[in-house]
Design a protein around this ligand. Structure first.
Ligand code: AMP
Ligand code: ZN
Ligand code: FE
Ligand code: FE
Length: 284
């Protein structure tokens, strides 16, 4: 049975509710599921209440961060496993990121409207149903309008990939690491070499992050090819980090199925033993 440590629900930009996600995990061949919505713990309690027998839930957060070593800064994602969801400092920081995200999404809607796309902020908000609005929500609106045929087309440069994309204000990466560690969480750098998503931080930064308490690197990820996976493993060895594998499942917002990539059991044991903020939820 597999361990998939990075998935999204409707609490951020996935299309499956937290309860549906944990219920569907065993039939995807999983015994352990990490729920890592962007910048929020809003899905945790619903997921925890629905964990079926035979499944263990590892609650987490995918934290939006930025490295400012170049101008403009480079965005990156930190997975935070098992932090204390009530930690005041981390909660405040995530709240700020979500507020910024919402303002930015709103301005992106304005930009689209100015570009002749007839869509409203109210409609996008309603579709997001309380989740922080991200580009995948805007992609769905464009599909509903018949302006694009698919989510990947919506992410092309003419649309949300470049023309109508605005930058996000994220947490400074070393501040994010500090906050995750102070909340008892275990920080893992998500898809560190996913060049096809845009700029990635220089490899030297990974060494600095390791010194600052980074615990692991995501190696097996759909956005990494064979070379990147091998390179991530070399970097992990060099800096004493563990490696994870995960699908980054987003429901129908992406084509990757749940459980497409998995993590070794020994690595999961390390994550759980390092965490002091919260504990996995065992289904019974
Ligand atoms: P945002 O945080 O609002 O900029 O949106 C980023 C999210 O969009 C990521 O978490 C991915 O889930 C999704 N995404 C990014 N690029 C693509 C793509 N090419 N196709 C589908 N989804 C994408
Ligand atoms: Zn996402
Ligand atoms: Fe990510
Ligand atoms: Fe993700």
């Amino acid at each position: 049975m597999g361990i998939d440590l990075h998935t999204h629900s409707t609490a951020s930009d996935g299309t499956v509710t937290p309860a549906e996600l944990v219920r569907s995990a065993p039939s995807a061949g999983l015994s352990v599921l990490g729920l890592t919505d962007h910048d929020t713990v809003a899905g945790w309690s619903e997921a925890a209440a629905a964990v079926p027998p035979g499944l263990t839930l590892v609650p987490g957060i995918e934290v939006s961060a930025r490295w400012h070593g170049v101008e403009p800064g480079i965005g990156l994602h930190l997975l935070a496993y098992l932090p204390d969801p009530a930690d005041p400092e981390l909660s405040r920081a995530l709240h700020r990121v979500r507020e910024n995200r919402s303002g930015r999404a709103r301005r992106m809607v304005e930009l689209l409207r100015a570009g002749g796309v007839d869509l409203t902020w109210e409609e996008v908000l309603a579709d997001a149903a309380g989740a922080p609005v991200g580009r995948p929500h805007l992609a769905q609106a464009l599909i509903r309008r018949g302006l694009v045929g698919s989510v990947s087309e919506a992410f092309s440069p003419q649309w949300l990939g470049h023309r109508f994309r605005l930058p996000k204000e994220d947490l400074e990466v070393f501040e994010a690491l500090r906050l995750i560690l102070a909340a008892g969480g275990v920080p893992v750098f998500a898809h560190p070499l996913a060049h096809r998503r845009g700029r990635t931080v220089p490899e030297e930064v990974i060494g600095e992050m390791a010194v600052a308490g980074l615990a692991g690197l995501e190696a097996d990820h759909p956005d990494h090819g064979p070379q990147e996976r091998a390179r991530v493993r070399e970097l992990a060895r060099a800096h004493g980090l563990f490696v994870t594998g995960s699908s980054d499942y987003h429901g129908t917002n992406k084509e990757i199925p749940l459980g497409a990539e998995t993590t070794e059991e020994a690595v999961l044991d390390r994550v759980v033993s390092m965490a002091t903020g919260s504990a996995p939820v065992v289904g019974r």
